[in-house]
Design a protein around this ligand. Structure first.
Ligand SMILES: NC(=O)c1ccc[n+]([C@@H]2O[C@H](COP(=O)([O-])OP(=O)(O)OC[C@H]3O[C@@H](n4cnc5c(N)ncnc54)[C@H](O)[C@@H]3O)[C@@H](O)[C@H]2O)c1
Length: 312
């Protein structure tokens, strides 16, 4: 199939591209390299250094590529930046997505896959694990912008017959992950511990998140090519992992023997998160396979290789 992946130079998008290419698809990438990296770009994919907010440039890529599938991962994904600069967040995440959706409709794309966030749309969960019908109460501008696009997709489905699948990720971690992302803590802890430095846990270590390894997220993007039409799926594990457990897993993987510093809890952060993945299991046939200890080990290996044995 002809697939256009936005954000294909970023953490998750580049892994999705690698897999689509390996599966024999023709892949084109749109990325402005704002947080993505040239080294992440699969050499067998066609790369367009284009900003999704540039309506004209996006339209030209659709003309040239005529994709059958759009897989949309490009985003302003830094929660803190969304709070500091909400207009920038909205322009990138909402207006940029509208350009892609409009072009998808105009060129008769058969499926639009959208990377949304289960970590940021539900707010502080009223029950755990939160399923897809949990009330939407974003606590950041990022959560609002990511969720808004889901509404646009539903609307274009009704009005124009666009077929979509929304994947609401938990906290995604693994090689190439960006420290500013929703699961940045794994990469940050790994980097600090490998440098022999003491990481800081904000709060008492009991905050929880639902960590899902990047190869499992990739698998959901493969299954969504053929399944899950016009539906929304949590892609996570359903397991709550505490900050203390993250510290211990990364310490075990790095050989770090020190203790964490416990700092002031940060404002605006939810306390607990876990996503119900029953629907993805049932309708996509998806199952997360990589346990947290194994994923942490693989993440540390990647950070170690990137550091090239530096000791600073
Ligand atoms: N990492 C997580 O835990 C997580 C969780 C839930 C959802 N998501 C979503 O997954 C997607 C990928 O996130 P990631 O963690 O891989 O982040 P990332 O920053 O590594 O990837 C985002 C990519 O989009 C590109 N980009 C940003 N703005 C752009 C623009 N205006 N035009 C073109 N390209 C642009 C960046 O250069 C980068 O390559 C995002 O949509 C994010 O909201 C991530």
């Amino acid at each position: 199939m002809r697939i256009l992946v936005t954000g294909g130079a970023g953490f998750i998008g580049s892994h999705v591209v690698d897999r689509y290419v390996a599966d024999g698809h023709h892949v084109a990438i749109i990325d402005n390299l704002s947080t993505g990296f040239e080294e992440n770009i699969n050499p067998q994919a066609v790369f367009y250094k284009v900003d999704i907010t540039d309506q004209q440039a996006v339209a030209e890529v659709f003309e040239k590529e005529r994709p059958e599938i759009v897989n949309h991962h490009a985003a302003q994904m830094d929660v803190r930046r969304s709070v500091a600069d909400p207009a920038f967040d909205a322009v990138t995440n909402i207006v940029g997505s509208i350009h892609l959706i409009e072009n998808a409709v105009r060129t008769n794309v058969s499926k639009f896959i959208y990377a949304s966030t289960g970590g940021a749309v539900y707010g502080e969960p009223r029950y755990l694990p939160a399923d897809e019908d949990h009330p939407i109460n974003p606590l950041s501008q990022y959560g609002i912008s990511k969720h808004t696009v889901e509404h646009y997709l539903q609307l274009y489905q009704v009005n124009d017959g666009l077929t979509y699948t929304v994947l609401r990720y938990g906290n995604v971690y693994g090689p190439r992950q960006n420290p500013h992302g929703e699961a940045g803590v794994n990469a940050i802890f790994a980097g600090l511990m490998l440098a022999g430095k003491q990481p800081t846990i904000f709060g008492d270590g009991s905050k929880t998140r639902d960590y899902v390894y990047v190869s499992d997220v990739v698998e959901a993007n493969v299954l969504a090519l053929a399944k899950g039409d016009n539906d929304i799926f949590n892609i996570a594990t359903g397991i709550q992992t505490t900050d203390q457990e993250v510290f211990e897993a990364i310490a075990a993987a790095t050989g770090f023997t020190g203790r964490p510093i416990y700092g002031q809890e940060r404002k605006g952060e939810i306390r607990h998160s876990a996503l119900d993945i029953t629907k993805a299991r049932r309708k996509l046939g998806w199952e997360p396979k990589v346990p947290f200890a194994e994923g942490s080990r693989l993440t540390v290996e990647a950070v170690r290789a990137q550091r090239g044995g530096r000791k600073d």
